[in-house]
Design a protein around this ligand. Structure first.
Ligand code: HEC
Ligand code: HEC
Length: 492
């Protein structure tokens, strides 16, 4: 039987890479398609479009001499190319979206079974403990409600004010509808809540508030800067489990969590156990966006690794999903005492229990497809932004590191704390001791979210950021140039 080429694994993998490249750059592969096609051109077009070589000599010779544009179009619109786009790209994106929004990776074993967080949410009347969390309280700690998950009847009732937003039972109903962004309840056959888990979307999605504050359509990739992770976690009846893991006491854990505040989380706490900086402020960082990452090499504020590296890290070590994870850098007991003690860099489960590894490809694919949002027209002064662009590239030297259109460096996008004029505390909590140049895509929309700028939000406004660079690098910017630069940043 003749082998059907698009069903072999190697070609599927190369298509994945191809489709990702196309999604990432927003246009076709960098092929100059003018003039009559040579044999090499035909082969290249096959590779770029279908991720494989032509199947036979006839497929090549029949095309040599035709205009390259025509050859390209022919191959791009071939049944094989269309088949691949339909069966592969689309389902993978949808799968990745489902994982990002709804997959707990088995982490309910931690958040529910161990910490018992669901019990505090449902309250004693519903089989849990304490007063429970009403929808009002849930919204107040920054949880978001996905309006598209609500049945029409409930939307109507909400609009008419007929839904009791002070009753934890309403929260349970919303959880069962999968309407609370990033949180899933697991139920018994009788409908009672037995556990709960969290998803990527908890921190990296928000809603557009189209229905009411905190209720709207999902905005995946946008950091939820209202979310008070520390306040939510500290509700857990069994915080002792975290204290034991960190090798500290309950009071310390509570103090650390209370210090985070809205929009922040500390991804390094489970590695080094540091709750506070030397200046006494929280060691937590702002939740960053998870959009605009395609083409960017290193991720996180301190450049821990690539997107799939970090996704595996987070799913295993932060969300406490069930999977395998390898990173011997975490064996460094001086830097990562907690991680080294618990051998976190050698997290192992039996392959048939692994609920993370098989999801990393689709999750990666989806994240690369999340483009940085553009700011609303009118939210910045376009003429000033244009002048600001010249300052950004010229006098202010920003484009030395923030290189467009990525607005980070292609390559090893890392800098010493001294190069950006800030302390080394957070950089020292990472393997390389450096800060990663933040990709600035979507900065305009971020400017309207709370939280400030730089990893810990130390600069409240973009003007503060500009003033910082201006003074420590002696840029000599005039007030007008600073204003223009800020307008340019708001346009990104
Ligand atoms: C509890 C909140 C929380 C959850 C849940 C969470 N993240 Fe994050 N994420 C963060 C924080 C905080 C950082 C910054 C960490 C740092 O720089 O040390 C981060 C960083 C990232 C980055 C790097 C972004 C950049 O600018 O380079 C990516 C990518 C990411 N997360 C993806 C995910 C994915 C995928 C999931 C689900 C598997 C997830 N996160 C779950 C809070 C969260
Ligand atoms: C030496 C390389 C370098 C140069 C030059 C540089 N930056 Fe940065 N930039 C960084 C790094 C690294 C960070 C991350 C700092 C952090 O998170 O603490 C950053 C962060 C930022 C942020 C914060 C983004 C966010 O979402 O928090 C803004 C805004 C910014 N830079 C603007 C500028 C402007 C404007 C200039 C020129 C005046 C400039 N940068 C020059 C490396 C650089």
């Amino acid at each position: 039987m003749r082998r059907v080429p698009w069903l072999n694994l190697a070609s599927l993998l190369s298509i994945a890479i191809l489709v990702m490249t196309a999604t990432a750059t927003g246009n076709a592969a960098p092929f100059v398609a003018s003039g009559p096609c040579t044999r090499d051109d035909v082969i290249r077009i096959f590779r770029q479009t279908l991720g494989r070589d032509p199947e036979n000599e006839g497929a090549i010779s029949g095309r040599v001499g035709l205009p390259c544009d025509q050859v390209k179009e022919e191959i791009e619109t071939s049944p094989e190319a269309i088949f691949r786009r339909v069966i592969f790209a689309d389902p993978t994106l949808r799968l990745g979206q489902r994982i990002f929004r709804f997959d707990t990776f088995g982490d309910e074993a931690f958040w529910g079974d161990v910490l018992q967080l669901h019990k505090a949410i449902i309250g004693s009347k519903n089989g849990g403990v304490g007063g429970g969390v009403s929808p009002k309280t849930a919204l107040a700690v920054g949880l978001k409600v996905d309006v598209d998950a609500l049945p029409d009847s409930l939307r109507d009732a909400l609009a008419k004010g007929l839904v009791d937003l002070d009753d934890p039972s309403t929260t349970i109903a919303l959880l069962k509808l999968n309407a609370v962004v990033g949180v899933t309840a697991f139920t018994n056959p009788d409908g009672s809540v037995r556990s709960m888990g969290i998803q990527c979307a908890l921190c990296h999605s928000t809603v557009d508030n189209s229905f009411a504050p905190g209720i709207g359509h999902r905005l995946d990739g946008w950091p939820n800067r209202d979310l008070n992770v520390g306040a939510i976690v500290s509700l857990a009846p069994n915080l002792q489990a975290i204290a034991d893991f960190l090798g500290t006491d309950l009071d310390t854990v509570k103090k650390v969590l209370a210090a985070w505040g809205p929009g922040k989380f500390d991804a390094e706490l489970f590695l080094d156990g540091k709750g506070f900086r030397p200046d006494g402020k929280t060691a937590a960082t702002l939740i960053p966006p998870a959009y605009g990452l395609a083409g960017v090499n290193l991720h996180t504020y301190t450049g821990w690794g690539s997107v799939p590296y970090w996704n595996a890290f987070v799913a295993n070590l932060e969300m406490h999903g069930i999977g395998n994870f390898f990173d011997p850098r975490l064996d460094n007991a001086a830097k990562f005492p907690v991680a080294a003690r618990h051998q976190l860099g050698h997290t192992k489960v039996a392959l048939d229990r692994d609920q993370i590894t098989s999801k990393l490809a689709a999750l990666h694919f989806y994240q690369l497809a999340l483009a940085a949002p553009k700011p609303k027209p009118g939210s910045f002064d376009a003429a000033a932004a244009e002048r600001g662009r010249a300052v950004f590239i010229g006098k202010a030297g920003c484009a030395g590191c923030h290189i467009s259109p990525l607005y980070t460096e292609p390559g090893w996008n890392m800098h010493t704390p001294a190069e950006v004029g800030i302390d080394s505390f957070q950089a020292d909590r990472s393997p390389d001791g450096r800060y990663r140049t933040t990709p600035l895509g979507g900065l305009g929309t971020r400017a309207t979210q709370q939280g400030g700028f730089f990893h810990d939000g130390r600069f409240a406004t973009l003007l503060d950021v500009v003033n910082h660079y201006n003074s420590f690098q002696n840029l000599g910017l005039t007030d007008g140039e600073k204003r223009d630069l800020v307008e340019f940043l708001k346009s990104l």
